[in-house]
Design a protein around this ligand. Structure first.
Ligand SMILES: Nc1ncnc2c1ncn2[C@@H]1O[C@H](COP(=O)(O)OP(=O)(O)OP(=O)(O)O)[C@@H](O)[C@H]1O
Length: 285
């Protein structure tokens, strides 16, 4: 079963990723809604990060098709694109499991570096910035305004001139999301954004992601182990185990799916029926 998604931003079809003898992703298909928060969950080693790496061009899949569909009717086959073109042209941005900020640069500088693509174009890929070309000045002003907007939305405006590495962990996570949002993505892929956050920081993260979905109308695909985040804000959840999709539905459907419970508890296939029976009994009592 799969949740029916009208007009998706991303379609993954029969994705396979093999590393030598290991089939890390096994014929995976799912859709991501244009303005939805979709969570990709599963036990450790299920293949979640490998799927992200295929979507964002870090790996070339062994087989399968990954398509983004823009509102103007343009589609992009991500498995055929160079990785550096994926954020620029297909408008897919990502963050990583381990924070990858420029820790010695300020908050503002990190957000400006995130916008190097439009700035390079405005400088004609030369010294346009140094010579003060008017096109470059305009692009630079717009980049500053966008950076300011995201510093305000993430509560980092008072820390604009502080080194990114000096920020508390939760703020560094928010800065990474702000940097990704400065590329104006249509799809934002977040790899464990709540990892290492305390409950208040993860509550703040939930609010930020709900804001991005509502106000910016950006589809979000996230890998997350924190079930408070997953169940609290997701519209759609896809569950992987050993590289295969074992469930696909709403948070309510996933919460009660015996296959998902069994995968997380690590029980054998035969025991799934037992878990199913226990859930039914629990629901009827
Ligand atoms: N570059 C690689 N070379 C060989 N094997 C890999 C590579 N990347 C991932 N794997 C293997 O593929 C499988 C899936 O790994 P992956 O990191 O995608 O899982 P995950 O669901 O993201 O796990 P976690 O929740 O622990 O981050 C694992 O068995 C892993 O060891």
């Amino acid at each position: 079963m799969a949740l029916v998604i009208e007009n998706p931003i991303l379609t993954v079809e029969h994705l396979h990723m093999r590393f030598g003898g290991l089939l890390a992703v096994d014929s995976l298909s799912f859709d991501v809604g244009r303005k939805d928060i979709t969570a990709l969950i599963g036990p450790n080693g299920a293949g979640k990060t490998t799927v992200f790496n295929c979507i964002t061009g870090f790996y070339k899949p062994t087989e399968g098709r990954i398509t983004t569909h823009h509102e103007d009717g343009k589609t992009f086959l991500l498995e055929q694109m160079d990785d550096f073109k994926i954020p620029k042209i297909a408008k897919v941005a990502r963050t990583f499991q381990n924070i990858r900020l420029f820790s010695g640069m300020t908050v503002l500088e990190n957000l400006m570096v995130g916008q190097h693509n439009p700035l390079m174009v405005a400088s004609n890929f030369t010294f346009g910035g140094i010579f003060g070309l008017s096109g470059y000045k305009k692009a630079e002003k717009e980049a500053m305004e966008l950076a300011k907007y995201w510093m305000e939305q993430t509560g980092l405006i008072d820390r604009a001139d502080d080194a990114a590495g000096d920020l508390p962990y939760g703020d560094q996570r928010k800065l990474e999301i702000a940097r990704a949002m400065c590329t104006n993505p249509k799809l934002l892929c977040l790899d464990e954004p709540a990892a290492g956050l305390n409950p208040r920081e993860s509550e703040d993260l939930n609010k930020l992601l709900l804001f991005i979905r509502k106000e910016r109308e950006t589809g979000i695909l996230l890998i997350e182990h924190d079930m408070n985040v997953v169940m609290g804000i997701s519209d759609h959840i896809v569950v992987l185990d050993y590289g295969k999709k074992i469930s696909d539905g709403t948070p309510e459907e996933i919460r009660n799916d015996p296959k998902v419970i069994a995968a997380y508890l690590g029980v054998d296939d035969e025991e799934v029926e037992e878990v199913e029976h226990e859930i039914e009994e629990g629901l009827s009592s």
